[in-house]
Write a protein that binds this ligand. Structure first.
Ligand SMILES: NC(=O)c1ccc[n+]([C@@H]2O[C@H](COP(=O)([O-])OP(=O)(O)OC[C@H]3O[C@@H](n4cnc5c(N)ncnc54)[C@H](O)[C@@H]3O)[C@@H](O)[C@H]2O)c1
Length: 375
């Protein structure tokens, strides 16, 4: 499938790094509103650059647009692409409000197109193995999940020195203004909704603890939450507590607590992160979790990535899944309704503020299929 990328910033390099894993994808054009950046990207990766969005929209060969613009541009770019008859794979969040997200899904449906949103790490070897273990009742009935997306005190880190492979700086202003919840909740929300089904309610608290993160520049808005904690109740009865912050010490762990033990990992940003099971042991009159963790093997080894970093993810796996679903005329595992539901959850957590109350989800989705190699 011929695809185009719009938005040639920091994350675009990671897509280029993993594109070759998916030979069914052919990147034919790239575009960025910053023409200097687009030209630099074009030269570095030898992909033709276009000068305008219209150049992509009128090209009949392009079937799918990968929207890697900043979150506040997602809605307008995705809408223009859908209206021009292009399928859209969008970086997260799908949009900045639930009304905008619903509008995108509606336009896609009316035009017989698809739109879905990153992250696609649900398709990773680690997530698919956990899901298989849960289907096989490996830790018995699940009651509770603790998921953490804490990244440490990011404003204290030398973030102005972080640059992508081709030289794009990490967009710290945008990251702080959009906020860590909208940026990162999806990494676990997508896993939890796939494993346990649609969420019914979310009761959350979110707060901006460090308003002056960038000393010499003002942020707009200045008070985007940099901490959130949410309790999500799934229709299946499972409850999950999810924490997102750029304040709490780095912790990307997941613990799924079942009747017969804990199924857990250290970091969802690694496609091949090892999985463990912790069983309960009884010694005399005491019962506790065995400090010796059992290894739960991955159903398949994750690929070797051509980069090392704070994450090892196959960014293009979701793009490839969507392309294959369209070509094979089968449902996309990262379906539109699934993306919409996850976006609604992340938005509800972000906007809970300190007065948050119980939010009832207005969207749902049909059960999605595991990857064929993890059934
Ligand atoms: N930075 C990361 O580590 C990271 C990781 C995973 C996902 N993401 C996601 O990727 C997306 C992009 O993030 P980034 O870090 O690459 O940001 P970035 O600011 O580095 O790059 C975004 C690019 O989009 C361009 N752009 C913005 N609006 C546009 C428009 N209307 N038309 C054309 N081009 C436009 C900008 O000029 C910029 O070059 C975000 O949704 C973010 O959540 C980022």
């Amino acid at each position: 499938m011929k695809i185009a990328i719009i938005g040639c910033g920091y994350v675009a390099s990671y897509y280029l790094k993993t594109l070759s894993i998916h030979p069914q994808l052919e990147l034919v054009k790239i575009m960025d509103k910053d023409t200097e950046r687009a030209n630099k990207f074009s030269q570095y990766y030898s992909i033709p650059a276009c000068n305008s969005l219209a150049d992509i929209l009128i090209d009949p060969k392009i079937e799918m647009v990968v929207n890697l613009t900043n979150p506040r541009s997602h809605h307008s770019i995705s809408k223009a692409c859908l209206e021009a008859g292009k399928n859209v794979y969008s970086e997260k969040p799908l949009a900045m409000t639930i009304e905008e997200s619903k509008e995108l899904v509606e336009i896609a449906r009316q035009n017989g197109l698809q739109i879905c949103s990153a992250p696609c790490s649900l398709l990773s070897e680690t997530a698919q193995t956990i899901w298989k273990g849960l289907r096989e009742n490996i830790v018995g009935d699940v009651y509770l999940v603790y998921a953490e997306m804490d990244d440490g005190l990011v404003h204290k880190m030398p973030y102005k020195q972080w640059v992508s492979e081709f030289g794009a700086p990490w967009p710290y202003k945008d990251e702080f203004e959009v906020g860590c919840t909208l940026e990162h909740a999806g990494y676990y929300v997508t896993w939890l909704t796939a494993f346990f089904g649609p969420a019914q309610t979310v009761t959350a608290f979110s707060s901006c603890l460090i308003p002056d993160k960038v000393k010499d520049e003002s942020l707009s808005p200045a008070d985007t939450p940099d901490f959130s904690v949410a309790c999500i109740k799934f229709a299946s009865g499972v409850v999950a507590r999810l924490t997102c912050s750029i304040v709490g010490p780095h912790d990307h762990s997941l613990r799924i607590i079942g009747e017969d033990g804990i199924l857990g990992i250290k970091d969802c940003w690694y496609y091949g992160d090892p999985i463990y099971i912790q069983r309960m042991v009884k010694i005399r009159r005491k019962v506790f979790y065995n400090p010796l963790k059992e290894k739960y093997p991955l159903v398949k080894k994750a690929p070797e990535f051509d980069y090392r970093g704070a994450q090892e993810m196959d960014f293009c796996r979701g793009v490839a899944e969507m392309a294959s679903a369209i070509t094979e005329k089968r449902p996309n595992r990262l379906s539109m309704d699934f993306s919409l539901h996850n976006n609604e959850l992340a938005l509800a957590i972000q906007s809970a503020l300190e007065t948050g109350s119980c939010y009832r989800l207005t969207t749902t989705f049909d059960p999605i299929e595991p990857m064929p190699w993890a059934k």
